[in-house]
Design a protein. Structure first.
Length: 147
């Protein structure tokens, strides 16, 4: 089973196994992977398994689809802000708030194993962008009301 590994942010080192059920990431109690990151929305983004047929032989595979759940700052893959659904690839780095989470297609049971897999994939938390912060000024977007 694939897993999520927090490579940067307040929860760095956390490993979360994906067991074939929808998963949400955020700071709220309703999130499956709950983060301490105050810059993340309560339910920031979600991952959903999607069954597909791969290749000419009709081999069933599970693809994981990432979608922003209306977060304040958006969700990124690497440095690109996503719009709609995105099928995750091994080693994709999901950015939310000031947290970066690596999607690993292989199951990792602990932090050391997940770090080793990230090294194999060339993922370095030190080179990742903090593009989601600072949050846009609500007054500039016209969403701040002073009554």
């Amino acid at each position: 089973m694939p897993c999520l590994f927090v490579i940067a942010g307040p929860d760095e080192g956390t490993v979360h196994q994906l067991h074939g059920e929808p998963t949400t990431i955020g700071r709220g109690d309703a999130a499956t992977l709950q983060l301490v990151d105050e810059r993340a929305s309560r339910v920031h983004c979600g991952l959903t398994p999607r069954q597909e047929t791969a290749g000419d032989f009709g081999v069933p595979v599970t693809r994981w689809v990432l979608e922003d759940k209306g977060s304040s700052n958006g969700t990124r893959i690497g440095q690109e802000k996503i719009d709609g659904e995105v099928i995750l690839q091994d080693g994709d780095v999901i950015g939310l708030g000031r947290t970066n989470v690596a999607y690993l297609s292989d199951s990792c049971t602990d932090t050391e194993q997940a770090r080793a897999r990230c090294t194999e994939l060339g993922i370095d938390a030190g080179t990742l962008s903090e593009a989601a912060w600072p949050m846009e000024n609500p007054a500039a977007r016209g969403t701040l009301h002073e009554d």
